[in-house]
Design a protein around this ligand. Structure first.
Ligand code: 4NP
Length: 167
């Protein structure tokens, strides 16, 4: 985790966008997990989560079946997800969380010059077990274990984000 990673100030509801490359594996998993963690503590209305991919290849499609299977096995509902593409309009969110450094660079390349850098962060800046700069690795071209690893990172980071959002 980045030392003393703080949430930027935001509106009501507080709006978080989670962004990966395809929006069919990592960011949908984080989206579903964080949304259910927020609902469990009564913050479903106070904090809204969206997700998107910097690439538009899968727009409109459900999430990858391996990501969906991993979520289902952990008791989450993957069925409502449809992939969306990140556009500059998404800079209206209070906090944008990128899954890896290349997603972060692609997002910042689209940013208006006035953007507060604290509003665009790596997702794992909020992972209590991660070193500074840690990424959620892309599991798409690998095996099942990659998806299991993503779920563990996402569950742990979502729990910490919920603690910060409760304050
Ligand atoms: P994601 O994974 O960014 O976690 O959704 C990927 C999904 C699809 C591709 C790459 C990564 N792709 O090249 O189609």
């Amino acid at each position: 985790m980045t030392e003393h990673a703080q949430l930027p100030a935001g509106g009501t509801p507080y709006r978080i966008a989670i962004v990966c490359l395809g929006n069919i594996c990592r960011s949908p998993m984080a989206h579903v997990v964080l949304e259910s963690a927020l609902a469990e503590v009564g913050l479903a209305e106070a904090v809204t989560i969206t997700s998107s991919g910097t690439a538009g290849w899968h727009t409109g499609k459900p999430m990858d079946s391996r990501a969906a299977a991993e979520l289902s096995a952990a008791g989450h509902d993957p069925s409502r997800h449809r992939a969306r593409q990140f556009t500059p309009a998404w800079f209206d969110h209070d906090l944008i969380l990128a899954m890896d450094a290349s997603n972060l660079a692609d997002i910042l390349a689209l940013a208006p010059t006035a953007i507060d850098p604290g509003r665009v962060r790596l997702f794992r800046d909020f992972d209590p077990l991660a070193e500074t700069g840690a990424e959620v690795p892309d599991p798409w071209s690998g095996g099942r274990q990659g998806f299991t690893d993503v779920l563990a990172m996402v569950e742990r980071t979502a729990a910490h984000l919920v603690t910060l959002l409760q304050r």
